[in-house]
Design a protein around this ligand. Structure first.
Ligand SMILES: Nc1nc2c(c(=O)[nH]1)N[C@H]1C(S)=C(S)[C@@H](COP(=O)(O)OP(=O)(O)OC[C@H]3O[C@@H](n4cnc5c(=O)[nH]c(N)nc54)[C@H](O)[C@@H]3O)O[C@H]1N2
Ligand SMILES: Nc1nc2c(c(=O)[nH]1)N[C@H]1C(S)=C(S)[C@@H](COP(=O)(O)OP(=O)(O)OC[C@H]3O[C@@H](n4cnc5c(=O)[nH]c(N)nc54)[C@H](O)[C@@H]3O)O[C@H]1N2
Ligand code: SF4
Ligand SMILES: [Mo]
Length: 688
């Protein structure tokens, strides 16, 4: 382990315990990281560090950390030499390629790895070896929100909360999921802005809101169209923006007419007069309105069109790229490591691209749910080998039993991990990963348009960083030319080459270097990056693929075809402040704070089911069953008939009962947030 002995050394870096990359101070004593604090000068977190940020110390020093390469031999783990592990893995990949073809190999990048260099390296590797099969957590995270917005505006917008007159937090709970974003939201409110929260549950952010709108799961599109109708009727819309910069307004306005307050009440459970008041409040604040769409909108069969309907509101409000509105960030001009231009491989049939071409068009991303079927069935072609890092799909992907069957049946399954997770347990080889404190990486913050560089602070002998891992494997497979940089520093220099920013400059600016000042109303100078160059209320691109061009509202299945044998609606995955998905369950201080899983149940339902807090229930969907203790919540927290279970608990894994094959037809995102379930008091509890 590197680092000098005796004195306490100080480094500045960026936290990667979640995706927010807050600025941090890292203190090293005797070669060991001993403390992490928030970096005051950083524009994003201003010195604050959330509880998870502090856990970086626990992560890097964890006693149960994997520090040696492991190979499964006769059902047991055996430590092996690192070079031998690389040699054996490379030989097995070659065998798969020779027998089944290059596309029989895949890579999978999880949420724990960076979306810039680390993601691009795995994309680069898989294309370098001739396969189009890049997978990630993004076939169930964020990308459907991004596609929903990109279909309308050409891009994702960030929010200028601080200068906003009205913040709408829609299907998101930032105090738990993005603690430091919450500071900007609350600052905007302190400056006189209104805070509106649209959620299924009385979340932490909803408790602080001026208006909390409690909605039935998966019905958000109807509300968005109802707001649109009211804004149009009240004439609180931006005519200049609509006339000059949009496409399809007439058809959209005509369609929105159907969403009268009474219809919206029927669809969403929100009283008709609340819908009118909500639209009037938002309309009165335009154009300084921020709308943030969260993960709560994604895991539904109608997710994309619900999100599109929300995105369309920007066209009416004229808040797009507006001070205090939804701001479109300009990205830094970094060189991209992926090889989609140099070596396009779509003709090889990336898995899931036939079924979900929009996902592939927008993201060059394969579909992890289709992957499981492909592995198990061998169709449309065999997929036999997978290299996975920073993910734990045996806990986080829907339909766990299928995930386990599929991953277990691979000829070669390599997992790069910090801990022996549920997924690592299925592997043939587990290689020790290097944490974010053990490698340098470039990061940027779109909201402030700043770029930063995290340094390598400590190292462990067998924990190769992401670049070295791919480079070593590439050189054994004869594609070393794609990985010519000597080390990560050389790689960072190459990535920065066209930016005018140097590694030295970044080291001198630990608070982040502003690569471009923020600049508003860009659409006035340059067309929007949509097919028409305009803000698209209608999408002819979608029509070409056979989807409706308007953001048509389709009610969730539990509304249109209620299933009396599964009468409850289960929402999953509401974030907990101490845990990131399946992570941190092995840290004592997290377990002390939040000891275990529970299902949130309304008091009326608890009475019907004859259960109280702490009782065990069995929750069953058409996919399977799971057991979990009950938490009876306050009657204002959740609607009767609706329940919630957070994912990531091994002892009560909610993905045992979520759907991998009921997908949004455009994005392919799985149904995990309006799942029809049956709840029964557990038999042995009844007999007690
Ligand atoms: N039911 C339900 N399921 C969900 C969701 C939901 O709302 N409901 N949400 C989904 C969403 S949005 C997402 S993003 C996915 C996330 O799902 P995954 O991508 O599977 O992410 P994690 O579960 O966080 O797994 C990250 C793993 O990486 C390991 N790790 C941590 N740091 C490093 C590192 O530096 N290097 C390496 N190699 N490994 C590291 C951790 O130990 C952990 O096991 O979960 C999804 N699953
Ligand atoms: N502590 C912690 N932070 C995290 C993560 C973590 O696991 N733990 N994960 C990270 C990742 S990968 C992601 S994607 C983000 C997600 O971050 P967010 O987008 O903020 O997601 P959540 O915090 O789960 O909040 C989603 C909210 O949507 C509500 N909801 C569920 N279904 C619906 C619906 O149909 N309509 C509406 N209107 N609301 C609904 C839920 O009740 C919940 O309050 O968080 C990131 N940050
Ligand atoms: S929000 Fe917390 S976990 Fe996420 S980067 Fe910031 S300090 Fe780290
Ligand atoms: Mo996510």
């Amino acid at each position: 382990m590197a680092g000098s002995s005796g004195e306490k050394k100080h480094y500045t870096s960026m936290c990667r315990m979640c995706d927010n990359r807050c600025g941090i101070n890292v203190y090293v004593e005797n070669g060991r990281i001993v403390e992490i604090t928030g970096l005051k000068e950083h524009k994003w977190n201003h010195g604050r560090l959330c509880v998870k940020g502090r856990l970086g110390v626990d992560l890097v020093n964890a006693p149960d950390r994997i520090l040696k390469p492991l190979k499964r031999v006769g059902g047991k783990w055996v430590e092996i030499d690192l070079d031998q592990a690389y040699d054996e893995i490379a030989e097995k990949i070659k065998k798969i390629q020779a027998t089944w073809g290059n596309r029989a190999m895949g890579v999978w990048k999880g949420e724990a790895l960076g979306f810039l260099t680390q993601e691009q390296l795995s994309r680069r590797f898989i294309h370098a070896i001739g396969s189009p099969n890049y997978f990630s957590n993004d076939s169930q995270c964020f990308v459907s929100r991004w596609i929903g917005y990109a279909l309308v505006t050409g891009d994702w917008a960030t929010q200028d909360f601080i200068n906003s007159d009205c913040a709408v937090i829609w299907g998101s709970n930032p105090p738990y999921s993005q603690p430091n974003l919450t500071q900007s939201i609350l600052k905007g409110r302190k400056n006189g802005g209104k805070l509106i929260v649209i959620d299924v549950r009385l979340s932490a952010i909803a408790r602080q809101a001026d208006e909390f709108i409690q909605i039935l799961p998966g019905t958000d599109g109807a509300l968005a169209l109802g707001i649109a109708r009211q804004l149009i009727e009240d004439n609180t819309i931006c005519h200049t923006f609509i006339e000059k910069y949009t496409l399809g307004y007439k058809a959209y306005a005509h369609y929105a007419k159907e969403f009268t307050p009474e219809r919206v009440e029927k669809e969403t459970g929100i009283p008709a007069e609340t819908v009118v008041q909500l639209a009037r409040l938002i309309g009165s604040c335009r154009p300084r309105v921020c709308i943030y769409a969260g993960n709560g909108l994604e895991h539904h069969e109608n997710g994309i069109n619900n999100i599109r309907a929300i995105a369309c509101l920007d066209g009416l409000l004229g808040n797009l790229d507006e001070v205090g509105g939804n701001f479109t960030a300009e990205r830094p001009n970094l060189r991209n490591l992926a090889l989609y231009k140099e070596k396009p491989l779509r003709h090889l049939g990336p898995i899931g691209a036939d079924k979900f071409p929009v996902l592939y068009d927008f993201r060059q991303e394969c579909h992890t749910m289709s992957l499981m079927d492909t592995i198990l069935s061998g169709t449309p072609y065999p997929l036999k080998g997978m290299i996975l890092g920073g993910a734990n799909p045996a806990l986080t992907n829907p339909n766990t039993p299928k995930v386990i069957r599929a991953l277990k049946s691979l000829d070669l399954f390599v997992v790069r991990e910090i801990f022996m997770t549920e997924t690592a347990e299925l592997a043939d080889y587990v290689l020790p990963g290097a944490t974010y404190l053990e490698q340098s990486e470039l990061h940027y913050h779109p909201i402030h348009q700043i770029i930063g560089l995290s340094p390598e602070i400590v190292t462990f002998p067998d924990c190769d960083n992401e670049y070295i891992f791919w480079k070593k494997l590439a050189s054994r497979l004869g594609v070393e030319d794609y990985f010519p940089w000597e080390d990560k520093d050389a790689l960072n220099k190459w990535i920065l080459k066209d930016t005018g920013i140097t590694v030295e400059k970044l080291f001198n600016h630990p608070e982040g270097y502003e690569y471009k000042p923020r600049h508003f109303h860009k659409y006035k100078e340059k067309e929007l990056p949509t097919p028409s160059g305009k803000f698209e209320f209608v999408s002819s691109y979608l029509k070409e693929y056979g989807y409706p061009c308007l953001p048509e509202y389709i009610p969730p299945t539990y509304m249109s075809e209620p299933d009396p044998s599964h009468p409850y609606i289960l929402v999953t995955g509401a974030r907990k402040v101490f845990y990131t998905h399946g992570r941190n369950r092995n840290f004592k201080r997290c377990r002390t704070a939040i000891p275990g899983p529970d299902i949130e149940i309304h008091p009326i339902d608890a009475e019907k089911l004859e259960v109280k807090t702490g009782d065990m229930v069995t929750v069953t969907s058409t996919v399977g069953s799971m057991d979990i203790p009950v938490k009876v919540v306050h009657s204002s927290n959740i609607l009767p008939g609706v329940t919630q279970i957070t994912h990531g608990w091994k002892e009560s894994n909610v993905n045992l009962i979520t759907h991998d094959d009921r997908n949004d037809p455009i994005s392919g995102f799985p149904l995990m947030k309006s799942v029809e379930v049956k709840i029964e008091r557990k038999a042995d509890e009844v007999n007690k």
